[in-house]
Design a protein around this ligand. Structure first.
Ligand code: SF4
Length: 361
């Protein structure tokens, strides 16, 4: 990939870092799976990465909680962490870089000046535009001015987390700082949105790997989210789905159903209304994800989730802007009727299911 040219190839760096061929191929297979490509593409990815130059990347933090930075640094297996950090060459990142103050700001401006149109800007956090952008300043400049300069000259801007993608929690009503997404703050730039609280670093890496392999960004939905990561409904891939279909719902935290891993729909899970690959990719090197850990999804990858998906622990029958799965509503309604009848739990499940099926018909 000629776009990036700042030294040795990724494969040379991996060799220097002591990463084995086996681990490298394992990583390429994982990336092919994350990108929803057939496993044969692992070889194509490996070939492309072996030739690719390390991309220059700058990471901006604005109105955020630093959760996405934590996600970047979270890799637990050293070999994978090495690979990830080797592919994402971070030339500027306030939180993790050694230089500070003027020296750090110079690093950022050097990239903007010397690599105009060739670097990747990653943005974490929303951008306040109210009152001239005074609510978030770094090095004497407003986040708005920094974003215009850095994102406006980047090859592509990748928004990590929901705040930079859609405004996130800072933009929740009444949005006192006038927080907006990067795309709203700097119209006309090319963006990839990777919302979620925090971003799943596998999706960030896969987006960059896609670019290095195919020379293009992954295909995206109308919200600017790559289909490979946001094309499927959480509910359809959830490991608790069989319990949903059987009408087996957790009624209280810690009850028997909760201990048995039943469906969290009645505890407020927004999985039927949310699109993300959490159930298949999971977090922390595939260790777990919220629903597996026993907590419902609260739709953090959706725009305005703090206003539209709350209260978190109450099931919302209608969420503006998002289609609620018909079956979910009908089975839920059936279960409520069965509960009122005072049936035994197993009986409730059966009754709810058959009632749901009848209503569908
Ligand atoms: Fe999983 Fe939530 Fe759907 Fe239940 S409602 S199956 S917990 S996504």
């Amino acid at each position: 990939m000629s776009t990036f040219d700042n030294g040795s190839s990724i494969s040379e760096r991996l060799k220097k870092g002591g990463v084995s061929r086996r681990d490298f191929m394992k990583f390429c297979t994982t990336m092919a799976a994350t990108l929803a490509l057939p496993s044969g593409f692992a070889l194509k990815i490996a070939e492309a990465l072996e030739k690719a130059k390390k991309p220059t990347l700058v990471w901006l933090e604005f109105q955020d909680c630093a959760g996405d930075t934590e996600a970047l640094l979270r890799a637990t297996k050293p070999t994978v962490a090495d690979i990830v950090l080797d592919i994402l060459s971070v030339d500027y990142h306030e939180t993790i870089m050694a230089p500070s103050g003027k020296q750090a700001e110079k690093s950022l401006m050097d990239v903007v000046k010397n690599l105009k149109g060739k670097y990747i800007a990653v943005v974490e956090g929303s951008i306040p535009v109210k009152d001239g952008g005074v609510y978030c300043c770094v090095g004497g400049k407003s986040a708005l001015d920094i974003a215009k300069e850095v994102c406006g000259n980047a090859l592509v801007t990748i928004n990590v987390g929901t705040c930079s993608s859609f405004g996130g929690i800072p933009a929740a009503k009444p949005n006192p700082t006038g927080a907006v997404s990067t795309k709203e703050a700097v119209p006309g730039i090319t963006v990839v949105n990777l919302p979620g609280c925090p971003v799943n670093v596998e999706n960030l890496t896969a987006t960059v790997v896609h670019f290095l392999t195919f020379g293009s960004l992954p295909s995206m939905d109308k919200l600017g989210r790559p289909y490979f990561a946001y094309g499927k409904r959480i509910h359809d891939n959830c490991e608790r789905r069989s319990h949903f279909d059987a009408g087996q719902y957790v009624k209280n935290w810690g009850d028997e159903g909760h201990r048995q891993g039943w469906c969290l729909y009645e505890m407020g899970c927004k999985g039927p209304e949310s699109f993300h690959n959490c159930p298949s990719v999971k977090y922390n090197d595939g260790t777990s994800w919220p629903v597996q850990a026993g907590h419902g999804c609260f739709g953090c990858a959706s725009p305005n989730f703090w206003d539209t998906m709350t209260p978190i622990y109450r099931r919302l029958p209608n969420v503006p802007g998002f289609g609620v799965e018909t079956t979910a509503d009908k089975i839920g309604a059936g279960l409520a009727v069965a509960t009122a009848a005072g049936l035994a739990l197993h009986g409730i499940a059966k009754a709810a299911r058959s009632k749901g099926e009848k209503t569908e018909e």
